[in-house]
Design a protein around this ligand. Sequence first.
Ligand code: PGA
Length: 261
Amino acid sequence: MEVVVVDGEEKAGLVVADIFCRALASRERPTFGVATGGSPLPTYAELIRRHREEGLSFAGASAFLLDEYLGLSEGHPGLYRTFIEEVFAGGVGLPAERLFGPQVHGVRADAACAEYEERIERAGGIDVQLLGIGGDGHIGFNEPSSSLASRTRIKTLTQETREDNARFFGGDVEAVPMHVVTMGIGTIMEARHLVLVATGEGKAECLARAIEGPLTARVPASVLQMHPHVTVVADEAAASGLELLEYYKETYRGKPDWQSC
Ligand code: PGA
């Protein structure tokens, strides 16, 4: 696992945008797993800037939503599909037909989960999976106690997560759906490169537990310790609880040119 500690969330966005760019440059049909929430926003903003100002092209690329709410009407602004279209896909010229997500309207959700797994497989798997981390250690919407081998399925959100996400629903926690479809932890672990972004001191404790604590379903993000290619990008505040902070910094400073991201 590589831990990159940066000075502020904008720098975090630059580091992650570079990872996306390398995948775009090295693969004919790159596939990205895209997360919602606040953590990935500087990355998306930087990718949109590079698309507009430097001609960065997403031609041939596809993106897959990490999770989606159940129970919101089609086109609802709270839907993660709507959110990602607004903050990422629309801005980089990724057409709607290459932005995939679990089908949560007009079909049974359990059938949609299986179909989504097949869709990811048909695309050849995910090259770069972007992740945030919940204050309770969740990745995607895999709340604590999620099976570390789980596949895409329906989950019930914790009250803490609904409160955290109320900001996207005008501050009304009751408006945040209780149920979601999320890629499973086993699904996420099949992506070739996992990139987790954590910023702000509110993430210090969960990040330390995920990276340096024991592997446990109590902290779903701790499963990253079992993946062969993980980049964690954290700002100083989110990294402040890490025991090996100085080692991570030293390693990154001394990273040889031949070592890719
Ligand atoms: P955030 O959410 O990026 O808005 O902090 C992360 C998450 O809950 O996974």
